[in-house]
Design a protein around this ligand. Structure first.
Ligand SMILES: [Cu+2]
Length: 320
């Protein structure tokens, strides 16, 4: 299997990828062959039969049955063969094996959520065991998105009010990028994720560690973990610098200026509302692009994120 990729194709990360590439290159080379043949013949005839001096009388032949049959039957046979190769591959790419592991994918502006059979979920990071067929059952909470993993040669629209699905089998451990390939608004280009293909053992371990999140560690440190794992980090910083969203440094306890001119004190309830209903109070100077985390965070997760933001809010030497 090709794991480095070529000039026009990314590395092949799934079992189907090499078949897709094979058919792609077959069509490409057939096209190049006929392009050279047609353009070559045309050039040759231009030169051979160019006008030189007096025009000689041309022959009266205006068609040739044999020739016409040949140039109709050969291309027809080629496209029929390509059709069947393409159709059979299309069917295999679209019909998931019965024993596939099913993961529910939810797209929303602008993140991906993955729900596993064991009841846990992850954001922007799909963890799957290597060498097993994985079926993704996908739907959108808002507009049309498209789930695209170039390394797997897998791409499918994700629609509101309706399920679509894709499947893949990634034989080797490794990481592959997920992109949204249907323009879905301002944060479209940041709607990125990763497929982490891991060994069976690592997959089981991961399921276990994700199942009892944050147990045995204090809220603040757990919140710090969530800040990264729930992807707040793509839009927020904790060092005061601006990103797509405001920084959390010294946020807690401060007055926040909102769009429309009002002000609000950044207390626990404001933080909670900002996470669950971000559009309710939009910070002045920012676009309302934050996705709602309603349903994606457990009560303890919200507590932990708030505790973490609070820990960044305390100015040195100041007691809140
Ligand atoms: Cu999208």
């Amino acid at each position: 299997m090709d794991t480095t990729g070529t000039l026009i194709m990314p590395p092949a990360g799934s079992t189907i990828a090499s078949e897709v590439d094979w058919l792609f290159y077959l069509i490409l080379y057939i096209s190049i062959f006929f392009f050279v043949l047609v353009v070559g013949a045309a050039t040759y005839f231009f030169i051979k039969y160019r006008r030189r001096g007096e025009i000689a009388p041309t022959s009266q032949v205006d068609h040739n049955i044999k020739l016409e049959i040949v140039w109709t039957v050969i291309p027809l046979a080629i496209v029929i063969i390509l059709f069947f190769l393409g159709f059979s591959l299309y069917m295999r790419m679209n019909i998931a094996p019965k024993d596939a592991l099913e993961v529910k994918v939810t797209a929303q502006r602008w993140l991906w959520t993955f729900d596993y059979p064991t009841g846990i979920n992850s954001v922007n990071e799909l963890v799957v065991p290597a060498g097993k067929p994985i079926k993704l059952l996908m739907s959108s909470n808002d507009v049309i998105h498209s789930f695209f993993v170039p390394d797997f040669r897998v791409k499918m629209d994700v629609l509101p009010n309706r399920y679509t699905s894709v499947w893949f089998n990634a034989p080797y451990p490794g990481q592959h990028n997920i992109q949204c390939s249907e323009y879905c608004g301002k944060g479209h280009s940041e709607m990125l994720g990763i497929v982490k293909v891991v060994s069976d053992r690592e997959y089981t371990e991961w399921l276990e560690s994700a199942a009892g999140p944050g147990e045995g560690i204090d809220l603040e440190s757990y919140g710090e973990q969530l800040f990264t794992s729930k992807r707040c980090v793509t839009c927020h910083t904790v060092d005061g610098s601006l990103n797509v969203g405001p920084s959390f440094l010294h946020l807690f306890g401060e007055n926040v200026y909102l769009q429309g001119g009002s002000q609000v004190r950044a207390d626990e309830n404001y933080l909670r509302e900002s996470i669950l209903a971000p559009e309710a109070k939009v910070v002045d100077g920012f676009e309302p692009v934050m996705p709602t985390y309603q349903g994606l965070l457990k009560p303890r997760d919200i507590d932990a994120l708030i505790a973490y933001i609070k820990s960044l809010g305390q100015e040195q030497g100041e007691q809140q």
